[in-house]
Design a protein around this ligand. Sequence first.
Ligand SMILES: C[S@@+](CC[C@H](N)C(=O)[O-])C[C@H]1O[C@@H](n2cnc3c(N)ncnc32)[C@H](O)[C@@H]1O
Length: 220
Amino acid sequence: MDQAGTRVVHQGDGVEWLRRAPLPPDHAIVTSLPDHSELPRLGFAGWKSWFTDVSELACRQVADDAVAIFYQTDVKHDGRWVDKAYLASRGAEAAGSECLWHKVVCRAPPGITTFGRPSYTHLLCFSRTLRLAPGQSSPDVLPRLGEMPWARAMGAEACEAVCQFLLAHTACRTVVDPFCGLGTMLAVANRRGLDAIGVELSPKRAAQARQLEIRLPPRS
Ligand SMILES: C[S@@+](CC[C@H](N)C(=O)[O-])C[C@H]1O[C@@H](n2cnc3c(N)ncnc32)[C@H](O)[C@@H]1O
């Protein structure tokens, strides 16, 4: 039987919240940074710099042995792919963090031609000092996103894989999502007994994130 964790959702600026102080050692960041279409005031080049800077900030604000995990779907912009895994990796490198794993989550079956958004999502995990032995490996390709409460949500099955990793291979027992949207990651973390803290700029979404429940299949 799953034990529910606690959940706190702040309405406000996730970047300002992150800047306030480094996080305690048992806190992991698991987030999906906004796409450039969500931050039009920055312009495209400005958004790319913002994305890299915020990835760096997230990696800096977790403790040495903790992790920052990014769930990001690329987009096509003006005839070019925008590789968000690359942007997050640049931020992580600037923070002195290394990639522990890079998973691909299928959004559509292999062999499908996509336009606009690809048939995969990146899931990347960074840490400054944590290292994983070969026996701590887990699947690189996740076959499904799982339930998504809205189009920009993280997939619940991907969130579940993140929780399994945190519980098995880290000391992190609180998940922080500074751009929590409707709170998919928070709801899945709670289901698996992890505490969760979210920050969301939109008052409406912040309110919804306080209430969201996600049903998960029982763990085998
Ligand atoms: C990609 S969506 C996250 C979706 C979320 N993972 C979910 O499952 O619902 C990005 C979210 O960041 C929010 N956002 C944009 N700028 C923000 C900021 N400065 N601080 C906090 N939230 C912000 C947007 O309102 C949007 O809900």
